[in-house]
Design a protein around this ligand. Structure first.
Ligand SMILES: *Cc1c(COP(=O)(O)O)cnc(C)c1O
Length: 361
């Protein structure tokens, strides 16, 4: 049997049809491609953190319920006692768990564009994924189109990223509420960028049984630890607990997130600086001839380049040592679009200088 025939005889067609999630090698670049917090910790803060890790018992399995961290997450996010929280190895794992728990013929709904893992993981599991295009001018929800897909396909899960990745905007609150109200399935509000947005559905959990709110510590500044969480009714969260792996949050992550969240003032300062710099980069992008930047409530900005030039500009920036994200290959509303993560002031300045050079060539 040839290697190809061997592989084809073993794996599901859905898996064979997937292409791997590609992450660019960023070594040596000014890295503004992945919505990371650019700030590292002071020596003193690092020493305090290392001191807490000394007591971790690496020879023992971690607390399978991560009880202390679970309680801290609930307290820090103001999640009332009547709701439960599931922790995941990143919110990516939570999306996967939720989809794994659905019947094989279930439908999943989100927007186009939106966070790519909703579709990637749905496709992998053979679920029926529907992506409804956003409105062209505003990137807001096309409510009539969303309601039509809900009526026709009755999706088991609807994912709405709030703010949306990669467009950066907050969808209209009234449109989201209508979707939650008419949907017989679960609606997951993915608040990965909550630290940069003055908006949340967390305090509406009590209003709707089918509402789940998901967050992560990744964009806050702890992407390396891999911790996401989702809050909702205990009867729903319990089903996800049944199918997660018993020790999905390792002991170093439990201790490190606990430590970081007990010093939230440091992260508040950083996110405030990032939001202030976001306003500066937005203004400077829009001042460039041929560039249209879109308003963002996240730690990145989507911008449109002159027609047909996005890939050239992306490669020219790369040649100048600045790595951002080229979204133009995704086509549709993202044609000619690039996305830049807000970095340190000097990184933002280097990006803008490189962009000016690219536009002139
Ligand atoms: C980055 C991102 C995630 C993934 O977060 P992790 O916790 O790092 O897995 C989820 N949703 C959206 C919208 C994101 O942009």
């Amino acid at each position: 049997m040839s290697k190809n025939a061997l592989v084809a005889s073993i794996f599901r067609p859905e898996v064979l049809a997937l292409s791997a999630y590609h992450v660019a090698d960023a070594s040596g670049f000014i890295k503004l491609d992945a919505m990371e917090n650019p700030y590292s910790w002071s020596e003193d803060f690092k020493q305090q953190w290392l001191a807490t890790l000394k007591d971790c018992e690496l020879n023992r399995y971690p607390d399978p319920e991560a009880r202390q961290l679970n309680a801290t997450i609930k307290r820090v996010n103001g999640i009332a006692d009547e709701f439960d929280v599931l922790l995941g190895n990143g919110s990516d794992e939570i999306i996967q768990l939720l989809l794994m728990a659905l019947p094989p013929t279930a439908s999943v709904l989100s927007t186009t564009p939106s966070f790519v893992m909703y579709k990637q993981l749905s496709d992998c599991l053979g679920l029926r994924y529907h992506g409804v295009p956003l409105l062209a001018d505003s990137f807001d929800l096309d409510l009539p189109a969303m309601l039509a897909v809900i009526a026709e396909h009755q999706p088991s899960v609807i994912f709405l990223a709030y703010p949306n990745n990669p467009t950066g905007n907050l969808f209209s609150e009234s449109a989201i509420l209508e979707i939650i109200e008419v949907s017989k399935g679960l609606v997951v509000i993915d608040e990965a960028y909550a630290p940069f947005a003055n908006a949340s559905f967390m305090n509406r959990l009590g209003q709707y049984e089918n509402l789940l709110v998901m967050r992560t510590v990744s964009k806050l500044g702890l992407a390396g630890l891999r911790l996401g969480y989702i809050a909702g009714l205990p009867a729903i969260i319990e089903q996800l607990h049944k199918i997660r792996l018993p020790y999905n949050i390792n002991v170093l992550t439990q201790a490190s997130v606990e430590f970081a969240l007990s010093h939230s003032e440091i992260f508040d300062q950083q996110t405030q600086a990032i939001c202030a710099d976001r306003a500066l980069v937005f203004e400077q992008l829009n001042a460039l001839d041929g560039i249209t930047a879109y308003p963002s409530a996240a730690n990145f900005i989507l911008f449109k380049t002159p027609a047909g030039r996005a890939t050239d500009i992306f490669l020219s920036l790369k040649q100048q040592g600045v790595l951002i994200k080229n979204l133009s290959p995704q086509a549709g509303l993202l044609t000619d679009c690039l996305r830049v993560t807000i970095g340190k002031p000097e990184e933002n300045a280097a990006f803008l200088a490189a962009l000016r050079t690219s536009l002139e060539s």
